[in-house]
Design a protein around this ligand. Structure first.
Ligand code: AKG
Ligand code: FE2
Length: 340
């Protein structure tokens, strides 16, 4: 049973009216958001209000960062952090199927510098010594967070519940921003993809890509190209919102194909507070009566997925330095995988 339609392209939604003080305006946008989230699980948004200057600074900083030599980047290797932030070299992360992606990344979390670190994915970030990096990345992070809060209200309206229903879940969420670099892969004999097939683990993702390459799986199991759309972000539903919405919204599988031109992408994964119990909201009717969702603790789910896919964490697990959280699932437990 597939929840997805056989879409051939991703819908585009102008969300500017989501910022209106008139509820009817917001509902108008929510209707379109809801249709996209139900049928496709992916959409482009325009009218998001994020300043072009901030985006340009983020891209510029990221290009400079990855242009540095390997040893310099490894000074902030993610395996040196306690809150899963830092440089992710090629091959460090492996998704379902165990293939290595042709990509490197820098992972940034909400920078919790004041509170004591209590959770594995929360705490002060590792920051590289590079002029402007921290400022530019943080500035973008904050804007994307604010946009995410507005979108979450839109999704609540689309589910026909109070638009503030999710607010209680997002006081200090461990939202992650990834700066990803996909080098051009011009070697004919190298079939490595940019990023292997997966669904995102969180509620939804706000993605800013710089070049084509993203592909999305439709209900007919066809890979649909998601080209660049000017001034737009790509939004996709993740595992947690699929569960909270009782299957009404769908987490959709996607990947990045082998790219012939250098590419950067900036996903901000918008999630709930670490301790949030993720289960279908009582007020939302299930989309499919026979589809039941197990309860998971949000942060534990994210952490478990991260342990399963990051080499440094797999090693820590093997050496008994860490353990898998209780409410953890295998990788690829949602999206199309759960239908198999
Ligand atoms: O690079 C992209 O366009 C997508 C990246 C992605 O799917 C991810 O990081 O989860
Ligand atoms: Fe993804």
């Amino acid at each position: 049973m597939s929840s997805h339609t056989a879409f051939k392209e991703l819908p585009i939604v102008n969300i500017s009216k989501l910022f209106s003080s008139d509820l009817e305006d917001r509902k108008e946008v929510a209707k379109e958001l809801g249709k996209a989230a139900r049928e496709v699980g992916f959409l482009y948004i325009t009218g998001h209000g994020i300043d072009k200057e901030k985006i340009a600074k983020l891209k510029d900083t990221t290009k400079k960062y990855f242009a540095q030599d390997y040893d310099t980047k490894m000074e902030n290797y993610i395996g040196k952090s306690t809150n899963h932030s830092g440089y992710v070299p090629e091959g460090e992360e492996m998704f379902y199927g165990g293939k290595k992606d042709k990509k490197e990344a820098y992972d940034v979390n909400y920078d919790y510098t004041e509170s004591k670190q209590i959770y594995p994915l929360l705490g002060p970030n590792q920051w590289p010594v590079m002029e402007g990096f921290k400022e530019n990345v943080k500035e973008y992070y904050d804007s994307a967070m604010e946009l995410g809060k507005v979108l979450l209200k839109g999704f609540a309206l689309a589910l026909d519940i109070d638009e503030n229903s999710f607010d209680k879940f997002i006081t200090t969420p461990p939202n992650q921003l990834r700066l990803i670099h996909y080098p051009a892969n011009l070697d004919e004999t190298n079939t490595q993809k940019g990023i292997g097939e997966h669904t995102d683990y969180e509620c939804f993702t706000i993605l800013l890509p710089t070049a084509p390459g993203l592909e999305v799986l439709n209900g007919n199991k066809e890979w649909i190209d998601a080209p660049l759309v000017e001034d737009a972000f790509v939004i996709n539903i993740g595992d947690m919102l699929e569960v909270l919405s009782n299957g009404n919204f769908v987490a959709t599988s996607h990947r990045v194909r082998k790219v012939k031109e250098e590419r950067y992408a900036f996903p901000l994964f918008f999630t709930c507070d670490y301790e949030t119990v993720i289960k279908p909201l009582d007020s939302i009717k299930p989309r499919f009566k026979d589809k039941k969702y197990d309860e998971v603790i949000c942060g534990e789910h994210l952490y478990a997925q991260t342990i399963h896919t990051f080499t440094y964490l797999k090693n820590r697990l093997k050496n008994n330095e860490i353990s898998l959280p209780e409410s953890s699932k295998e990788i690829a437990s949602y999206g199309k995988f759960k239908d198999m």
